[in-house]
Design a binder for this molecule. Structure first.
Ligand SMILES: [Zn+2]
Length: 300
């Protein structure tokens, strides 16, 4: 009987090896099925980022990136979770931590936190001349600016709890865009500010359209912005259109992609007629040109 003992042990060891190998395969395939993808893959200051997590069986996803809460939603085909986020134009270059925790119905959780390198963006410097009242506003104007700043803070403080946008964003106007996003600007040689939107060379009276569906949360004249329209696209994402000669929508109105918001003009702090279009996510200003390049057709 003794000679059989060795082969039996051998079989037991072989069985154990198989179990461990299968276990490792299972872990590997699970890790693969929880892949986190950022688009665009090259992350720089001002980038909008579509974050995709391939974990169809999760019940919730929580996340945080550079002190901003990530709000995930399921894709149309239910195969993945997405968050439309981004890096503020003024964010410092260097390493960042993208925190993502996946939770499952049986109470288990999986931590997908990873490091994301923020690359420095190379934006230009420019100077322009505007009427003096926009550089040194008088006390009356300062009061108005302060009141409007509070109004905008209130508008930006609430956003729909689900994405209101559908498919990819579309350019708001048929006009030549300029690569003016992120430019450090001197106004009349004095006030420095960062240009947080994209200017289109829109002639006076050009129809300006909704870049995507959402709710108009502000539609009125403001000191710097001139006639301004702000659309809430949900989950903290807004688009802002400025300097209209005429506004054609009302606050509270639902709009679909391509709906006319008004006509472009030269109201507010401008040097001439143009459309200023900005994208804001949870206080971060993102490059509109990069948002327009994101293919969101299969997302929702
Ligand atoms: Zn502008």
């Amino acid at each position: 009987m003794r000679p059989r003992l060795f082969p039996r042990n051998c079989r037991a060891i072989a069985f154990l090896v198989c179990v461990i190998a299968l276990g490792l395969c299972e872990v590997a395939s699970r890790a693969q099925s929880y892949a986190v993808t950022l688009t665009p893959a090259f992350v720089e200051a001002g980038s909008p980022e579509l974050i995709r997590v391939d974990t169809p069986i999760a019940t919730t996803l929580e996340g945080e990136w550079m002190d901003r809460k990530l709000q995930f939603f399921r894709s149309r085909d239910n195969r993945a979770w997405f968050a439309l986020a981004g890096v503020d134009v003024e964010a410092p270059a260097g390493p960042s931590q993208l925190r993502i925790v996946v939770r499952f119905s049986h109470g288990a959780a999986s931590d997908l936190t990873r490091a994301v390198e923020i690359h420095p963006a190379h934006y230009r410097t420019g100077s322009l001349t505007v009427p003096p009242r926009f550089v040194e506003p008088d006390p009356e104007a300062l009061k108005q600016i302060e009141a409007e700043s509070q109004l905008k803070a209130k508008v930006f403080a609430s956003s729909a709890s689900e994405p209101l946008w559908n498919a990819s964003f579309r350019a708001p106007v048929t006009a030549t865009p300029t690569d003016s996003f992120g430019t450090r600007r001197m106004f009349n040689g004095k006030l420095a500010s960062i240009h947080k939107g994209m200017d289109y060379r829109a002639a006076m009276g050009t129809p300006v359209r909704a870049g995507n569906s959402g709710v108009v949360v502000l539609a009125r004249p403001l000191y710097y912005e001139g006639n301004c329209v702000i659309i809430d696209h949900g989950l903290g994402l807004f688009t802002l259109s400025m300097h209209f000669s005429r506004i054609d929508v009302k606050e509270g109105q639902h709009v679909a992609t391509g709906d006319r918001l008004g006509l472009s003009g030269a109201t507010g702090r401008v040097t001439g007629p143009h459309l200023h279009w900005a994208v804001r996510w949870q206080g971060a200003y993102l490059d509109p040109a990069k948002l327009l390049k994101l293919n969101l057709a299969t997302v929702r």
